[in-house]
Ligand binder design. Structure first.
Ligand code: URA
Length: 440
């Protein structure tokens, strides 16, 4: 689309003027490599103002970006910081990234499991924002656990333990950190090129040799439809391949929370059950599927993750990882002072438990944060007492809401009103693993 009149280039302080870059995208044009390099760099340095980048992000959300623009945008975000080299001797490095869900504690059992099978797993993770939980918040529920490690500490732990889950340093894709915070408050998160470049710039800069993406789809995810999730997965797999990182993606269901536990301490406890050879069937299924993908991507396709889970090797790595990061794997986890049980209104069979509603309730109970500087309450969360397919009688527990403050319970109760659908007969849900995208 054109505006119908030629607009002369506006003089700016740098090589370009931000208004010209915004106007190009606003009018449906394609940004040049030079424009992209300049705008990402100038924004990171503070020369392009937040309101200008917000306008550009909105134009990108509405107009999209071509594959070539997305690749260049990703490269510019990588170049805004350092590119790490976390290789450690002859152990191949492999990482996993989830686009975020409700009850998604998979990194906790997965990182030690894949390390127990011979790979090195540097998992630079994030914190929760909104209704999706963050891996770092979960791990910090373990007394003493430290997520702020230096690169030297990360490399030493990878060599000695094989797995590390920590926060990325400030010098890893700083453009993304600034832009993500801006997108979060300007309703511009849900742009496929911006999500793909945000995730992949951090993962490529982190320097792992291979990457497996868990692209969530459903009410509790950023992508609510399978075609959208497939498009995002394809864009990320292509970006990985273009940067020499062997990348595959699984599309997985996020219409129901994963497992029974949604929160921080409660999800750590459930992860330990999985590492102990038990745990909910869906959490075990997804952990093993992602482990197999990671091991294949790392060139270790012959390893048997189910055996490493069953014989305690994964648990040994978990305990070593927690200790190496200052935590006590035997310490009691925080417990909630206030517990409210939501009973079933009638007899029947649970047909659905809505992930978004449960995620919002856990967040209102204190498990998540409204602003990125807010603290989280480690013991807060929701525990499902019934999952889809379970029979229930009127008055029996459906959900348990846990918080440190009684005042938080009414809003959480409102969030879960109608979250659990009770039917007359079992209804078959779709598969947990919907599709796979990437090299075979
Ligand atoms: N996670 C990210 O790291 N970036 C996004 O844009 C969305 C989810």
């Amino acid at each position: 689309m054109t505006t119908g009149r030629e607009v002369p280039p506006t003089a700016g302080r740098g090589r370009f003027a931000a208004v010209d870059v915004i106007r190009t995208k606003r009018d449906g044009g394609v940004l040049s490599d030079d424009q992209i390099d300049w705008v990402v760099d100038a924004y990171t340095r503070g020369e392009v103002a937040d309101e200008q980048m917000a306008a550009l992000a909105m134009a990108i959300l509405l107009r999209g970006m071509t594959a070539a623009e997305t690749a260049r945008w990703t490269q510019a975000m990588i170049d805004s910081g350092v590119r790490l080299d976390l290789s450690v001797g002859d152990r191949p490095t492999v990482d996993k990234h989830s686009t975020g869900g409700v009850g998604d504690k998979i990194t906790l059992p997965l990182a030690p499991l894949v390390a127990a099978c011979g790979a090195a797993v540097p998992q630079l993770s994030g914190r929760g924002l909104g209704h999706t939980g963050g891996t770092l918040d979960k791990l910090e529920a373990i007394p003493g656990f430290r997520v702020g490690l230096s690169t030297a500490e990360v490399t030493a732990q990878l060599r000695e333990v094989g797995a590390v889950v920590c926060a990325p340093g400030d010098d890893l894709a700083p453009a993304d950190r600034k832009l993500y915070a801006l997108r979060d408050v300007t309703a511009t998160v849900e742009s496929i090129p911006l999500i793909a470049s945000s995730i992949m710039s951090k993962k490529i800069a982190e320097g792992a040799g291979a990457l497996v993406l868990d692209v969530k789809v459903g009410s509790g995810a950023f992508m609510t439809s399978v075609p959208q999730a497939r498009e995002l997965a394809g864009a990320m797999v292509d970006l990985g391949a273009a940067h020499g990182v062997r990348t595959a993606a699984l599309l997985t269901d996020m219409s129901t929370p994963l497992g029974y536990a949604v929160g921080n301490a409660v999800e750590v406890a459930e992860s330990v059950e999985v590492l102990d050879g038990g745990g909910p069937a869906d959490v075990v299924e997804l952990t093993l599927a992602l482990a197999r993908e990671m091991l294949a991507a790392a060139g270790l396709a012959d390893a048997d993750p189910a055996a490493a889970l069953a014989d305690g090797r994964a648990m040994d790595v978990w305990r070593a990882m927690v200790r190496a990061q200052g935590g006590d794997p035997d310490a009691a986890l925080p417990t909630a002072a206030e517990i409210e049980v939501v009973p079933a209104p009638r007899d029947g069979v649970v047909a659905a438990v809505d992930a978004l509603a449960v995620g919002v309730a856990a967040w209102r109970l204190g498990a998540g944060r409204a602003r990125k500087e807010d603290p989280v309450a480690p013991a807060a969360g929701v525990v499902l007492r019934r999952r889809p397919g379970d029979a229930v009688r009127a008055g029996e527990p459906l959900l348990e809401l846990r918080s440190h403050e009684a005042a938080r319970l009414p809003d959480a109760l409102a969030a879960v009103a109608g979250a659990v659908t009770i039917g007359a007969a079992p209804r078959t849900g779709g598969p947990l693993i919907i599709d796979r995208i990437g090299p075979s």
